[in-house]
Design a protein around this ligand. Structure first.
Ligand SMILES: [Zn+2]
Length: 213
């Protein structure tokens, strides 16, 4: 299947970088057309002393650093942990993006992700794109009881460097010392997924739909 238009769905600003930052780097190297949507920017973890727009600024610096133009990303302002109350609005956003961007591939959170906002985006993603696009789900191990490693994207060392560089823009998240926001963790999971397919590095995905044209 030829994949040109790739839609990336991120419930909160840093989810896609953590789940599929290496794949985003690879796809950009390959010249694919990316459209990236963040649904909420007020992460509950934001330390009190930081301005409320900190995560907007951090996310914007990630996409700018990657060379994305304004038309390649969208930041929505749904309230964190309350996405459940906005399921219809989330769906309507996704349907509009489907009609305008026409993604070949949609990458979003897993149905096995237990964060309530991630669950909403995962479900509405499937509702919106089930008949139009291939759909895969990225891995955020701290949110899963189980995760099916059905699909792998092979990564080059430069993709891991790029993923780390994306993460270092999130100074607010580095400040709260999350275990998964470390170089050790990123290299460890990429190396683990690589070992499953005989490669140095990879990211793994669950497959909801895979279309071959
Ligand atoms: Zn999140």
């Amino acid at each position: 299947m030829e994949v040109n238009n790739v839609l990336i769905l991120s419930p909160h600003t840093d989810d896609a970088e953590l789940g599929c930052g290496g794949t985003i780097s690879k796809f950009l190297r390959e010249g694919k057309n990316i459209f990236w949507v963040a649904f909420s920017t007020a992460e509950e973890s934001l330390p009190n002393h930081l301005p409320k727009d900190t995560l907007v600024k951090e996310f914007t610096s990630v996409v700018k650093d990657l060379g994305l133009k304004d038309e390649n990303y969208k930041i929505l302002n749904f309230p964190v942990r309350k996405l459940t109350n906005f399921r219809q609005e989330v769906l309507e956003e996704l349907v509009e993006i489907r009609n305008q961007f026409k993604p070949d591939l949609v990458i979003g959170p897993s149905l096995n992700d237990f964060h309530q906002d991630h669950t909403v985006v995962a479900n509405e993603m499937i509702r919106a794109f089930k008949t139009s696009s291939s759909i895969i789900c990225y891995e955020l191990p701290w949110n899963h009881i189980k995760f099916d490693t059905q699909m792998f994207v092979e990564l080059e060392p430069e993709d891991i460097e790029s993923k780390l560089k994306m993460m270092w823009h999130y100074k607010s998240q580095l400040e709260v010392l999350r275990h998964y926001f470390t170089e050790d963790f990123v290299r460890g999971i990429a190396s683990t997924r690589g070992a499953q397919i005989g490669q140095k590095y990879a990211e793994s995905f669950e497959v909801i739909r895979w279309r071959i044209k």
